[in-house]
Design a binder for this molecule. Structure first.
Ligand code: NAD
Length: 416
């Protein structure tokens, strides 16, 4: 459980980092308040002819440095408070990796597993209609998040384009390749997590070669992280999904597990060396632990027993504030989500840049640009943590982002 709700936790964390910046209090107060949040009732026509209203939200948190940017999540547990907190996190994330963007987030309170493809399509189109006056290529550019992907982004693009009267691919990122999506977007977040893990391991203990890794979550982020880390030379010993975890101390056959999951298989049906629980995975004796599933899984209890040497947060908000304190006391370093999973928004930015220039890059060009930007983000955090003497890397990462956004506020001034 979170200590004080997601938005309260974000603000508490921002307060701690603010001390390490010279952003004046009046500007900082502005930075902690979302600029606007829209709540829409989305009428959904079910396949059986019945109708219901589902709720949708879009929060635009900060646009001082550029257009708002952030994903759209479909989940039955979505709340307006969670959407606001994630929009705030996006503002910090884009600033930390120095993209000329602000931060936003959207969410619809639905369980897509309970809906047919046509029902999901109708919800997506009507939600897009509901928020379309606040989105746009120079205003607010949505992207996929939990339970949304290229298919939904194509529907968002189509709906928006129908109102404009001409195709507007640059209104969303994470689109299918055929609609102006970019090579490298699907694996971008996992590639970024793998690069950050490699940099961090090399920073603290030398080489990735003899490094063992456990990854919670084998969806988009977890599976690509595993695959690319193995390519980099690490040994992935455990992975999990919602059905449980698989473990092999000598290293899993990541390619085989990837193919199993890609074909729609869950891990409880994989023929594994050893099956363990998600809870056991978090407490394994490994070099690197990568939570890549859901929020709040590293609780203070887990943190007390954690045996990994380092933690890399691939999921958004996987560590509770209480657990954060425990890890700090135990000197277990952690790379925070806003840096570790920023590969997704970096490549979204590259997709948007290509769309606005009506020019397409190769996979190699995209990967090179991603690597350059995320390694720069990593170097900035390590250097600033040292210069400022912050208690951990999360505070350093937040301090960099708050300083950048605060400086931008100072240059623009307060309107009117
Ligand atoms: P996904 O839906 O593709 O995969 C989620 C995985 O977590 C699945 O393997 C699922 O079975 C597992 N899972 C779900 N509930 C679980 C539980 N209770 N215990 C253990 N495992 C569980 O999602 P994703 O896109 O891979 O995103 C994972 C995390 O990364 C989320 O926190 C998301 O916000 C964050 N993230 C994703 C992206 C992206 O580009 N996809 C970018 C930034 C951050």
């Amino acid at each position: 459980m979170s200590d004080g709700g997601p938005f309260e936790n974000l603000r508490t964390m921002m307060d701690r980092a603010h001390e390490y910046t010279d952003v004046p209090q009046n500007v900082f107060v502005r930075m902690k308040h979302p600029e606007r949040t829209l709540r829409v009732g989305v009428p959904l026509l079910r396949d059986d002819g019945s109708e219901e209203i589902v709720e949708g939200f879009r929060c635009q948190f900060d646009s001082t440095r550029g257009p708002y940017k952030g994903g759209i999540r479909y989940h039955p547990d979505v709340t307006v408070e969670e959407v606001i907190a994630m929009a705030g996190l996006m503002s910090l994330k884009t600033a930390l990796v120095d993209l000329q963007y602000g931060g936003a987030k959207g969410g619809v309170v639905v369980d897509p597993k309970e809906l047919s493809r046509d029902e999901i399509k109708r919800v997506t189109r009507r939600y897009t209609e509901g928020i379309r006056r606040m989105i746009g290529p120079e205003m607010d550019i949505p992207a996929p998040d939990m339970n949304t992907g290229p298919r939904e982004m194509a529907w968002v693009m189509d709906t928006y384009s129908m109102y404009e009267g001409y195709p507007v691919p640059e209104v969303v990122t994470g689109k299918p390749l055929e609609l102006g999506g970019t090579p490298g977007r699907i694996e971008a977040t996992g590639r970024g997590v793998a690069i950050i893990t490699r940099e961090f391991v090399e920073h603290v203990q030398g080489s990735l070669e003899d490094t063992t890794v456990a990854i919670q979550g084998f969806g988009n982020v977890g599976s690509w992280t595993a695959k690319i880390l193995e390519e980099f030379g690490a040994t992935v010993v455990a992975v999990s999904d919602v059905t449980g975890a698989i473990y092999d101390p000598d290293g899993l056959d990541v390619e085989a597990v990837f193919e199993h999951a890609d074909a729609g298989g869950m891990l409880d049906s994989y023929d594994a060396e050893e099956e363990i629980s998600n809870d056991e995975l978090l407490r394994l004796d490994v070099d690197v632990l990568i939570p890549a599933a859901i929020a709040d899984v590293i609780t203070d209890d887990v943190a007390e027993d954690l045996r990994a040497e380092i933690v890399v947060e691939a999921a958004n908000g996987p560590t509770t504030p209480a657990a954060d304190r425990v890890l700090r006391e135990r000197n277990i370093p952690l790379i925070p989500d806003i840096l570790a999973n920023s590969g997704g928004v970096i490549v979204s930015y590259l997709e948007w840049v290509q769309n606005t220039q009506e020019y397409a890059w190769t996979l190699e060009e995209v990967n090179e640009d991603l690597e350059r930007r995320i390694v720069k983000g990593f170097d900035d955090v390590i250097r600033r943590a040292d210069e400022l003497g912050t208690p951990d890397f999360r505070v350093a990462a937040y301090a960099i982002a708050i300083q950048r956004i605060g400086t931008a506020h100072a240059y623009r001034g307060l309107f009117p």
